[in-house]
Design a protein around this ligand. Structure first.
Ligand code: NAI
Ligand code: UGA
Length: 464
């Protein structure tokens, strides 16, 4: 079975880049990405391709090539579903903020709405692909909704979780370690659906990297992968605190440990804490699922990854307060970076938000500079925590357009995102324009201690 028309519901950080790459690599397939957010769709369709809503290195070029040829962005969800033979669901699955499972379980209301819409609109057989990260056994619920509200249409449900990381999304999509496709491989129709999706990826991904499994293994592998990755960061962050007490240096420990080929060197970079829309959400989801099966030891084991991460964020902020003679009240603190990692404008769960909130609670005046995050987004993030009124957030937190405006007349500077440009700042100028003693806190191990201390900074870096 050859796929001719793909529809993707959800034009976000996953749906947008993933479909752009599929469209670029498969010129004979029409790909329509739909979303209920008309502003987002308008931005994807913006004449100036640099204005697409997601900043990812290399993405605008891919969109430029395919858009209007076989890649389309639209708000007409019904029309795109109707036309498609394969529908990806790539909507958000945030942590529930209400009811049963509040603060832990994944909120599947957007997924369910998509399923009901597909069931209502479809007139011919469809392959429905779970692209969103979902709790294990969600496909069962999807099938139930589709089979019981549809009009005799046959659905095959596949799980095809996405492993791209923000900031490197295009590279990750072009050259994935593996593509995972879960399906009903026991039946001929299930197998045919799996093969149809394998054929799409085989346009550019070597066959040996296309891994097919049963649906439940695929769904659970995604949560497992994120849990393992986050666990490595929490593990090295736990060691960073011990390094600070013992004279060891976490970068040296990380290198020494990572050179063991059984351990490997990736994801061993100590930081102010991991952020991003998924690690915390997916681990909480895993914890919730484990608890719901009565597996309390399993749940506690994974929960510790989150507790360690919360501790790391708090510990960094507390270190700033302690170092500034136990008070930051009325002091100006410059925060360099707001995104949860470099090369993205995404701020979801960024450690910077929590560090800023902690410092504002200590009555600091903060000034934020980030090269890609909008002022509006920074205030939205602070307001979301509900720690103080939005007027107060605007009065006590300022957002500026250059790093030097942020650091001028400040008591302390904290690096919260590892943007490359921070390495190359004129640190002598920064020092000259700061109040003395000039404190510099490196939450990303981005800067060299020797050169900064030589300038005169009082320098603190995570894990040394
Ligand atoms: N952000 C990332 O790097 C990764 C995210 N994921 C997973 O992918 C899923 C999507 O994540 P993101 O793209 O980051 O989310 P996002 O929030 O950027 O995008 C989701 C989009 O879906 C739209 N949407 C929601 N309900 C809809 C409906 N009924 N009809 C049409 N559009 C609807 C929203 O308006 C939004 O634009 C989540 O499950 C996430 O866990 C997986 C791998 C990487
Ligand atoms: O499901 C998802 O959403 C995605 O989550 C992560 O991707 P992402 O969150 O975009 O970015 P990462 O590079 O994993 O970084 C996550 C956080 O961990 C931090 N981190 C990462 C690595 C490291 O060594 N140290 C460290 O502190 C980063 O700064 C960032 O705050 C995974 O890496 C992806 O495979 C997955 O698809």
């Amino acid at each position: 079975m050859k796929i001719k028309n793909i529809c993707c519901i959800g034009a976000g950080y996953v749906g947008g880049p993933t479909m752009a790459v599929i469209a670029q690599k498969c010129p004979e397939i029409n790909v329509t990405v739909v979303d209920i957010n008309d502003q987002r769709i308008a931005a994807w369709n913006d004449e100036d391709v640099e204005n697409i809503p997601i900043y990812e290195p290399g993405l605008s070029a891919v969109v430029q090539e395919a858009r209007g040829r076989n890649l389309f962005f639209s708000t007409d969800v019904d029309a795109a579903i109707d036309k498609a033979d394969m529908i990806f669901i790539s909507v958000n699955t945030p942590t529930k903020t209400y009811g049963i499972g509040k603060g832990m379980a994944a909120d599947l209301k957007f997924i369910e709405l998509c399923a009901r819409q597909i069931a209502r609109v479809s007139k011919d057989d469809k392959i429905v692909v779970e692209k969103s990260t979902l709790p294990v056994r969600t496909a069962e619920a999807l099938k139930n909704i589709l089979d019981n509200t549809g009009n005799g249409v046959n659905y095959q449900i596949l799980s095809n979780p996405e492993f791209l990381a923000e900031g490197t999304a295009v590279d990750d999509l072009m050259n994935p370690d593996r593509v995972l496709i879960g399906g009903d491989i026991e039946t001929p129709v299930g197998k045919e659906a799996v093969e149809a999706l394998v054929d799409v990826y085989a346009h550019w991904v070597p066959r040996e990297r296309l891994l097919t499994t049963n649906v439940w293994s695929s769904e659970l592998s995604k949560l497992t992968a994120n849990a393992f990755l986050a666990q490595r960061v929490s593990s090295i962050n736990a060691m960073s605190e011990l390094c600070e007490k013992t004279g060891a240096d976490v970068n040296e420990v990380s290198k020494a440990v990572g050179m063991d080929s059984r351990i490997g060197s990736k994801f061993l970079k100590s930081s102010v804490g991991f952020g991003g829309s998924c690690f915390q959400k997916d681990i909480l989801n895993l914890v919730y699922i484990s608890k719901s099966f009565g597996l309390h030891e399993v749940a506690d084991y994974w929960e510790q990854v989150i507790l360690m991460n919360d501790h790391q964020k708090r510990r960094f902020a507390a270190k700033i307060v302690q170092t500034l003679f136990n008070t930051v009240s009325g002091k100006k603190i410059a925060l360099l970076g707001w995104a949860f990692k470099k090369d993205t404008n995404d701020t979801r769960e960024s450690a910077a938000i929590y560090v800023a909130d902690y410092l504002l609670n200590e009555q600091a005046e903060i000034v934020v500079y980030d090269p890609k995050v909008s002022t509006e987004q920074i205030y939205t993030d602070l307001d979301y925590l509900n720690s103080r009124s939005s007027e107060e957030n605007r009065a006590r937190a300022k957002v500026v357009n250059t790093p030097y405006e942020a650091t001028k007349d400040s008591h302390a500077v904290a690096i919260l995102t590892e943007w490359d440009e921070f390495k190359d700042l004129d640190w002598q100028k920064v020092y000259d324009e700061m109040l003395k003693p000039a404190f510099l806190f490196d939450g990303r191990r981005l800067l060299q201690r020797e050169t900064k201390e030589a300038i005169g900074f009082e320098f603190y870096a995570i894990g040394s």
